[in-house]
Write a protein that binds this ligand. Structure first.
Ligand code: SF4
Length: 235
């Protein structure tokens, strides 16, 4: 499950006993003011409580996703790495992509994963765990001093992994998206509500998958911003 974590604490135990093993929290800042300006809410303490609740409930795989934006939270890279060490969990640093609600993305806001890695490495030396990224989105690092916790670097712009991408997404309102940057969606909800059969749904999924994009084209002249921001696509 990927969650903003604002209300996860109250559900941590019941979800765990229902079989949930992996939970990923979106947490772009540990500073209340920056958190508020990024999310538009004052729920930082709720998110931190939720992460603590996940640890107490014994989730074997807890991650934090942080999108780093130049001038916004790039001063918190070391603090977030320290958070991974203190809480024995994985913090994944994600390059800023043009999927923001306000459409403010510009290359000047991008903090390359290589820069993030060097910033962390100079405070807490890290070493690569996975020599190949096949099937994964993140380059994974452990701490050289043996502290439990992990760093992930998701270089979605400067070192894109589209060539290995096998993902499609189903949005909460029933649309298949074959890429985060799709400009076209396939309406499963409408098909189901109009009485579509299982084979018709299968056919629609096959049709969509056959048209999956080769990549995101960020930086090319043909790139188009998708109309939906990340928060309405889902993860
Ligand atoms: S193809 Fe689209 S969804 Fe897949 S990794 Fe590239 S940008 Fe992301």
């Amino acid at each position: 499950m990927i969650t903003n974590g604002s209300n996860f604490a109250s559900k941590a135990d019941s979800l765990r006993s229902s079989g949930l093993n992996r939970v990923t929290f979106s947490l772009d800042s540990l500073k209340p003011g920056t958190f508020r300006s990024i999310t538009g809410s004052d729920k930082l303490s709720g998110v931190l409580d939720s992460i603590e609740a996940a640890r107490s409930a014994g989730y074997p795989d807890i991650k934090v996703n942080a999108v780093i934006v130049r001038g916004q939270n790039d001063d918190e890279v070391v603090d977030l790495a320290r958070f991974a060490r203190r809480n024995s969990l994985t913090v994944r640093f994600i390059e800023f992509m043009p999927l923001d609600r306000g459409h403010i993305w510009d290359r000047k806001h991008l903090v390359p994963a290589t820069e993030i890695r060097e910033t962390i490495n100079s405070a807490f030396p890290i070493v690569l765990i996975n020599p190949s990224r096949k099937g994964e989105t993140a380059w994974r690092y452990r701490f050289v001093d043996g502290t439990v916790g992990e760093i992930g670097l998701i270089a979605s712009v400067t070192d894109a992994f589209c060539g290995d991408c096998s993902r499609i997404r189903l949005t909460a309102d029933g649309q298949i998206r074959t890429c985060l940057f799709s400009t076209q969606e396939y309406d499963v909800r409408e098909l189901l509500r109009s009485g579509g059969s299982r084979s018709e749904v299968t056919e629609l999924i096959r049709f969509a998958v056959a048209r999956k994009e080769y990549g995101h084209k960020i930086g090319s002249s043909t790139f188009k911003n998708p109309s939906r921001p990340m928060s309405s696509i889902g993860g």
